[in-house]
Design a protein around this ligand. Structure first.
Ligand code: SF4
Length: 388
């Protein structure tokens, strides 16, 4: 066997002996598309009127006539898929997700908004409210306060058959009064005090026997602060300075609230993100050299400084693309006639997403993404189990 025959045999074996792989790896079969098809497959081209080639080409046999295999393979996905974190703060994260289909990027976005659980105030028991803010409005404001509690440590309330216990409920109390003759008071979220032993309020319909403890709205079997998971990190609102109400002299608010576990698709108050969004990576290409006065004009056209000037000697200058990631697709650089459309090509990379997650503060933003990945994984496992 000649050395080239051996190489071909090796290639065949490397690919698990698949005849399709073997054919695709033959040298006279093109392994890449021609440039214009590659552009249509991998880029959205943004012309002056509308974006073009926006759909993804997923059909495995789309380029079969050209001898190019378009199938999605797990090994090539694993090889190409990358996540690169660009910015991480307490409140938000920006990362690049590379080598992924838009449907999967969108699945993560939707899971983040609607399916990652958090703790939020669900029940408000108002004992007294003489402020000018109505009970309903006050309850709504309380519901939207991000609660600093790890939802993985709690159960959904439905799992306990309607019982509010230390595993599914967090109780807070708020009692503020503005005395007569005193200046107005601003009631903020730090007035919510955690009750680790559960509710203080006596349930109306209970008639306790003599000597027995009156029934409250919760049935805690132990104090939450005696549990190791909560003893080091007291539960409370994430931010202490969220304004809830303003009290004038003589006004008072006394209430108790119960926070439970839930997800954003039930109510937006359980959504852990202020927003989760993505955009495709911008690609700005100069199709010809843009020099001298035209270079100056191009630089001034762009409001976000995507272009800069390069000195090319003899007093001449040329425009270069320096910050393509900042491009907002305003299209200013291709306005002003057909010649500008020919000079500058605006594109978006179809499988490269700049993903931004802004947390409400209930869960750190990097943890949010890993939880979204786990939820998608669980869903895939459920589908596989159902099918098998
Ligand atoms: S589309 Fe707008 S932001 Fe993007 S490069 Fe052109 S002028 Fe700049």
């Amino acid at each position: 066997m000649s050395s080239s025959d051996e190489e071909q045999e090796q290639k065949k074996n490397d690919n698990g002996g698949g005849i399709l792989d073997f054919i695709m790896n033959l040298e006279d079969v093109p392994s890449k598309l021609s440039p214009h098809l590659e552009l249509i497959k991998t880029r959205v081209v943004c012309s002056i009127d509308a974006p073009q080639h926006t759909d993804t080409i997923n059909y495995s046999g789309a380029y079969a006539a050209l001898g190019v295999d378009n199938s999605v393979r797990l090994d090539s996905f694993c090889r190409n898929f990358k996540v690169e974190v660009k910015k991480l703060t307490d409140d938000d994260i920006e990362f690049d997700m590379i080598g992924i289909d838009p449907s999967l990027a969108n699945a993560f976005r939707r899971i983040l908004i609607a399916e990652v659980p958090t703790m939020a105030i669900e029940r408000v028991y108002i004992a007294n409210n003489t402020s000018i803010i109505q009970d309903e409005v006050l309850s709504h404001r309380l519901g939207l306060i991000p609660i600093n509690a790890d939802p993985t440590l709690f159960e959904y309330p439905d799992n306990a058959g309607g019982e509010n216990n230390e595993k599914n409920t967090i109780v807070f109390k708020l009692h503020v009064r503005c005395e007569k003759g005193q200046p107005r008071i601003i009631v903020k979220s730090d007035e919510l005090k955690w009750l680790p032993n559960g509710s203080d309020l006596i349930a109306d319909d209970t008639k306790p026997n003599a000597g027995s403890k009156p029934k409250t709205f919760t049935s805690f079997s132990c104090s939450q602060d005696s549990l190791p998971e909560f003893s080091k990190r007291p539960l409370g609102p994430t931010y202490p300075d969220i304004i809830l109400a303003k009290l004038g002299p003589g006004q008072e608010i006394e209430l108790e609230v119960h926070a439970v576990k839930g997800v954003g698709k039930t109510h937006a108050k359980w959504s852990p993100v202020a927003t989760a969004w993505y955009r495709m990576l911008p690609e700005v290409v100069l199709m010809e050299d843009v020099k001298d006065e035209l270079a100056d004009e191009l630089v001034t056209k762009c409001p976000v400084n995507v272009f800069d000037i390069e000195d090319i000697g003899k007093g001449r200058k040329r425009a270069t693309v320096v910050k393509p990631r900042a491009c907002t697709l305003c299209r200013e650089c291709i306005r002003g006639g057909k010649e500008w459309e020919d000079r500058v090509s605006l594109r978006r990379v179809k499988d490269h997403f700049i993903f931004t997650i802004e947390s409400t503060g209930a869960i750190p933003p990097d943890v949010l993404f890993t939880q979204a990945v786990k939820i998608l994984e669980d869903k895939c496992e459920r589908v596989i189990t159902e099918l098998s």
